[in-house]
Design a protein around this ligand. Structure first.
Ligand code: PMP
Ligand code: GLN
Length: 380
């Protein structure tokens, strides 16, 4: 049939979560924490609702939250965006990504994405009538090949989408990558969409290379983040986009007629939380590094081989010592036969490398959840 999104089915995250539930499997698939959100945040949300903040927020987000994001951005990246003209609060990063694409990309244009990439990118590009041009990351290290990106640029290229720390691999851009990106985009009118939802989940003393650190990048970028990742509340669906005034103005036209505004009580809660407890995001890397290290140490008791995890809350494992099944089949088999659910990588690609035997496991979990998973995985 002549449908607009013929390639789209149910997301791999939904499919695997449903399968996990059906089979009572330990779910390390879909990325979400299974521990509580910070008590102060729940308290602030409750108070906001009790105080009557239950009607439409301003279209761009409440001023207190935009100010808090501006101050936090300055604290983290040494540059303060203008809260009135450069910050827009959205219903999660997903909405922000959709808006950014629809704000600037026209039918017939091209958007370069680096495979593997998060699953919401390409459908949003296709709904704009544009084409996703897929450039592979290095299959072993998930580092970008900037020469290959340069070779993919055509007169139709309108946007380049990047994601660091990276889902699904956890790979992070280096300062050299950022310089390469600056050189690549210089003299073009390509807009950068930098998906930085895991900006605070970085390990081993590394610096998150935000596009906001570089004037030559931030002047042409949408930088997108999500409170879901930073505050353990993926179900609250609140995020934001930072972009120069002209790009933000176009972004807001889409946001205005897409949702108009995002969930009001949570905006009050995050404004308070960000301002009063900066330790939360400052210590998030250490919090998750501890989980990463324990998970990796426990994986040594299994035949799954862990790949390096510089950032994010996903551990890729090579399962080739256990099975030669393709990843979709392996993920299903592991859930049904061994009671542990992960996410196969092939749905993140236009065309996955032949013979790749990798599974993504989420370690944003309680110790008890991880222990139960490891007990089962050690029997493989
Ligand atoms: N980008 C990436 C790389 C993600 O991993 C996610 C969430 N899994 C999103 C965007 C979407 O974030 P949100 O839930 O805030 O819409
Ligand atoms: N971002 C989450 C992940 O990568 C999934 C979110 C979703 O289910 N759409 O696991």
């Amino acid at each position: 049939p002549d449908t607009k999104l013929p390639k789209v089915g149910t997301t791999i995250f939904t499919v695997m979560s449903q399968l996990a539930a059906e089979h009572g499997a330990v779910n390390l698939g879909q990325g979400f924490p299974d521990f509580p959100v910070p008590p102060r945040l729940v308290d602030a949300l409750t108070r906001a609702m009790q105080a009557g903040h239950n009607q439409y927020a301003p279209m761009t987000g409440i001023p207190a939250l935009r100010q808090a994001i501006a101050a936090k951005t300055e604290r983290c990246y040494g540059w303060r965006p203008d809260a009135d003209t450069e910050i827009t609060v959205t219903s999660g990063a997903t909405e922000a990504i959709f808006n950014a694409i629809h704000a600037v990309v026209r039918a017939g244009e091209e958007v370069i994405v680096l495979d593997p990439c998060y699953d919401c990118y390409e459908p949003a590009i296709e709904l704009a009538g544009a084409t996703a041009v897929h450039v592979p990351l290095d299959p072993a290290t998930f580092a970008p090949d900037w020469d290959a990106v340069r070779a993919a640029i055509t007169p139709k290229t309108r946007m380049l989408m990047v994601n660091s720390p990276h889902n699904p691999s956890g790979a992070m851009f280096t300062a050299a990558d950022m310089q390469a990106l600056i050189d690549l985009l210089q003299g073009t009118d390509i807009v950068l969409l930098s998906d930085e939802v895991y900006e605070h989940i970085v390990f081993d003393g590394a610096r998150h290379e935000s596009a906001l650190l570089y004037p030559q990048l931030r002047e042409r970028s949408f930088v997108i983040s999500s409170f879901g990742k930073t505050y353990h509340c993926t179900g609250w669906k609140l995020g934001y986009a930072i972009a120069p005034p002209a790009l933000s103005a176009e972004f807001r036209k889409v946001h205005q007629y897409n949702v108009f505004c995002s969930f009001t009580p949570s905006q009050h809660a995050f404004a308070e939380m960000i301002t009063q407890e900066p330790e939360h995001y400052e210590q998030l890397g250490a919090f998750y590094q501890d989980k990463r290290d324990r998970f990796r140490a426990q994986l040594a008791a299994t035949r799954l081989k862990p790949l390096p995890v510089p950032g994010g809350y996903f551990q890729l494992v090579d399962y080739s010592a256990v099975s030669d099944l393709p990843d979709l089949e392996f993920a299903r088999w592991l859930t049904v036969e061994h009671g542990v659910t992960g996410i196969p990588l092939s749905p993140f690609y236009a065309s996955a490398p032949a013979g790749q035997r990798l599974l993504r496991l989420c370690f944003a979990k309680n110790e008890d959840t991880v222990n139960r998973a490891i007990e089962r995985l050690s029997k493989l």
